[in-house]
Design a protein around this ligand. Structure first.
Ligand code: HEC
Length: 272
């Protein structure tokens, strides 16, 4: 007589029990646990075994998908115009972006990296105060301020430059390292900082006009504003696209050369 392998016997026993609705008591491995859960297994096993032979009807959403009409031919024509619409949409957006990007707009963003020391409103802190015209008193000429921000004050101290900005400043001239002995960190790329020249012009414009309160419409600041800080400033555009630099700005822009007054990227005495 041939022996039937143990596992086949076990399987057929399980099948029979499942079909008749009686659960297997699984005499093998984890006997106590199985015995205690016997009723639950029996309940769930029975319906599955009973319904198995009958083919399942499609769920309602499959029936709907099968009977639904496909995309009509006229809609395809409309859809094929979508890329053209997207293209025209982009074109319509472009001019708007240009209006937003002037020196003051860029400067407001860059100022985030100065605010920690100079205060969100320019009220001062670890760095000097800008608000209420303070920074305008130090730098009546924007070129001197651009140079100072580019190099930072340590470079001025190293070159033994006694004062930065206006030596006849109301309230006294500012000497490098005279504010609690702390330096103003260099910002320009050649000096080891992280800002482009266009960004430096932007943030300096922001500090002068938005924070310190220079009025672009006034006699005193109108010309400086239009030349350096207005959205149409040719100097700002030239710095952005690289056709001028702080080292050549006085020769690239004839209106700045009387008297010659370069910005420069190394520390220097302020203009008289
Ligand atoms: C780590 C702090 C710190 C940060 C950041 C900082 N500054 Fe200063 N800033 C100073 C200190 C300190 C002074 C005074 C320097 C001195 O006495 O030599 C100063 C001075 C200045 C002055 C001269 C003001 C005056 O009236 O004498 C200007 C302009 C200036 N900072 C611009 C900026 C700009 C623009 C940024 C951001 C791009 C900036 N600072 C970021 C600390 C800082």
């Amino acid at each position: 007589m041939t022996e039937i392998p143990e596992h086949l016997l076990k399987r057929s026993k399980e099948r029979r029990e499942a079909a008749s609705g009686v659960a297997s008591s699984d005499s093998g491995t984890s006997a106590p646990a199985t015995t205690s859960s016997t009723p639950a297994v029996a309940k769930s096993a029975a319906p599955v075994a009973a319904s198995a032979p009958a083919p399942k009807p499609d769920p309602s959403y499959v029936v709907a998908a099968k009977s639904r009409k496909k995309i009509p031919f006229w809609a395809m024509a409309t859809l094929s115009l979508l890329p053209l619409w997207a293209f025209m949409y982009m074109l319509a957006l472009k001019p708007q972006e240009k209006v937003v990007e002037g020196p003051l707009a860029i400067g407001a963003t860059v100022y985030g990296s100065c605010a920690g020391c100079h205060g969100a409103e320019g009220q001062g802190g670890a760095g000097r105060e800008f608000a209420g015209g303070e920074v305008l008193k130090t730098f009546p000429k924007i070129e001197d301020m651009l140079n100072f921000v580019y190099t930072g004050s340590q470079a001025y101290a190293s070159q033994n430059i006694k004062f930065y900005g206006d030596p006849n400043r109301e309230g006294g001239a500012h000497a490098p390292l005279s504010y609690n002995g702390n330096p103003m960190p260099m910002q320009g790329e050649k000096a080891g900082g992280g800002l482009t020249e266009a960004q430096i012009l932007g943030v300096v414009c922001h500090e002068r006009y938005t924070i310190s309160g220079a009025d672009p419409a006034s006699e005193q600041w109108k010309s400086e504003y239009e030349t350096w800080c207005s959205p149409e400033s040719e100097i700002f555009l030239a710095l952005e696209n690289g056709t001028t630099s702080f080292d050549t700005i006085d020769t690239d822009f004839a209106m700045l050369t009387t008297p010659p007054h370069p910005v420069g990227t190394t520390p220097r005495e302020s203009a008289k």
